[in-house]
Structures are given as structure tokens and as C-alpha cells.
Design a protein around this ligand. Structure first.
Ligand code: ZN
Length: 243
């Protein structure tokens, strides 16, 4: 019998049989995987604590007929604070939805997992504007996927960008334009996008942006990630309703 041990976070729960649940877990080692949690709906079940959305821990499983069955779980980080406020829950659910889309099965996903857990942590601790955290996770995800917006030359005339240019962001051409095509952006927005996509992963949260620019960069990051994914992320609609 094969035993596996993975670190990850529960992103979806599916009811299964009378007393079981199937957990969809985003993991560092094996990407997105499904784990059967047997008997967790029974009162006093030993593993019930792990069969919850946002449970982040180390999962021990034994594989039966190619299906991992949960045999043990130890919490690494308590993320249940994310569920206390509806706004926070929306943002957290969107972050999970995004990462769940990009993380594939059977693929180690260290970079996306670190990005997800770090961003959830800052969101839960109220450290950083949720719109800015969303912007960061969305642009950084595009960079991890090898599809960061172009920030070193104009996507239309190919001239190197310098500080005297006025900048636009072209969703159509995947990056910054000096040719007045797209959404006009300030230099602060340009620098922030460059920073999020290209700096070391430990530094991506450390920059500031004028409040007046926040809506612009947030909206661009939403449109850009949806273009990269080729998909509409529905929770964004709920987030925009409460802004
Ligand atoms: Zn140009």
C-alpha cells in the first residue's frame, strides 16, 4: 500500500456517501488533488477538523484503488479567521478559485502555493488593502505562468520605455504601450506592475501606491488575469459589488 504525505489547503468540499467527504486540496507536492475523508460527518470523528474549507495542514493518506484516503492531519496554519467577515471571505474565496484554476494535478506547485498562503495570511491579518492584495496575486500569478505583462519595451512600437514616455496598459497586446493605446496609467502603476511581476517573491508585497491609482491597477489586474486564463472568475463580480 502506498502512503503519501502532502502539505496544502482545502479549497473545496464535496459531500460523498452518508458520512464521507471528498476534499479538493491544493498541495505543494502534488498540485491539485482529491482526498477522501471517511466518516468525517459522524459525531466526534477524529479527522473532522481537517474536512473544512481553508484547513491548511499536512495530510497523511493511504492510497486505495488510486484514491488517497485521509488517515491523519496536522494543522500548519489556522486560516479560519478568513471566514469571519463576508468581504474577507469573498477575497479569500477568489484567491483560492484563481490558484485552483492554475494549479494542475500531479504537478509540484511551490511558487503558486507560497503566493496563495502568503496572500491569504496578509488578508486575514488585515495587513494590506484587499484590493492591492488581489492585484498582487493576479499579476504575480500571470508571471508564474510565464505570461507577465511586457514592461521593458512598448508592445506596439517596440521602443524601450523610459521615464519621459506617457504610459498606457494594453490588455490587447499584453503590456505597456507608449503609443497611447489602452488604459492610461501613471508611472506609479507602471512601476508597481513591474515590481509585482519581476521582483523576488519575498519582496512583492512591499511597495506603496497612491490611493487614486488603486482602482486602476486593480481593474487592470482583473482584466489581465481573465485574459490569461481565458475565463471569467465569478467571485470578482461579488467583490466589485461590495467595493
Ligand atoms: Zn510605443
Amino acid at each position: 500500500m502506498e502512503y503519501i504525505k502532502v502539505k496544502g489547503i482545502v479549497c473545496k468540499i464535496t459531500e460523498y456517501k452518508e458520512s464521507d467527504k471528498i476534499l479538493t486540496v491544493l498541495t505543494y507536492e502534488k498540485g491539485k488533488m482529491q482526498i477522501v475523508a471517511k466518516g468525517v460527518k459522524k459525531k466526534g470523528a477524529a479527522l473532522a477538523h481537517a474536512a473544512r474549507l481553508f484547513y491548511c495542514g499536512e495530510f497523511e493518506c493511504v492510497c486505495q484503488n488510486n484514491m488517497p484516503i485521509l488517515t491523519g492531519a496536522a494543522m500548519i496554519q489556522d486560516f479560519f479567521g478568513l471566514t469571519k467577515k463576508i468581504e474577507t471571505l469573498y477575497y479569500a474565496s477568489h484567491f483560492m478559485d484563481l490558484c485552483s484554476y492554475f494549479i494542475q494535478e500531479e504537478q509540484p506547485s511551490n511558487e503558486i502555493m507560497s503566493l496563495l498562503l502568503n496572500t491569504l495570511y496578509l488578508l486575514m491579518r488585515d495587513e494590506g488593502d484587499p484590493m492591492l492584495l488581489t492585484t498582487i496575486i493576479q499579476f504575480r500569478l500571470s508571471a508564474i505562468e510565464g505570461a507577465a505583462p511586457v514592461t521593458d519595451f512598448c508592445v506596439e512600437c517596440q521602443k524601450p520605455l523610459d521615464d519621459d514616455c506617457s504610459f498606457c496598459f494594453s490588455i490587447e497586446n499584453d503590456g505597456i504601450s507608449c503609443c497611447n493605446n489602452g488604459t492610461c496609467i501613471s508611472h506609479a502603476v507602471f512601476q508597481a506592475i513591474n515590481h509585482i511581476c519581476n521582483s523576488d517573491s519575498t519582496k512583492i508585497y512591499f511597495f506603496s501606491i497612491p490611493k487614486s491609482d488603486l482602482c486602476v491597477i486593480f481593474e487592470l489586474s482583473c482584466r489581465y488575469i481573465e485574459k490569461i486564463a481565458g475565463k471569467h472568475f465569478e467571485i470578482l463580480d461579488s467583490i466589485k459589488e461590495i467595493l
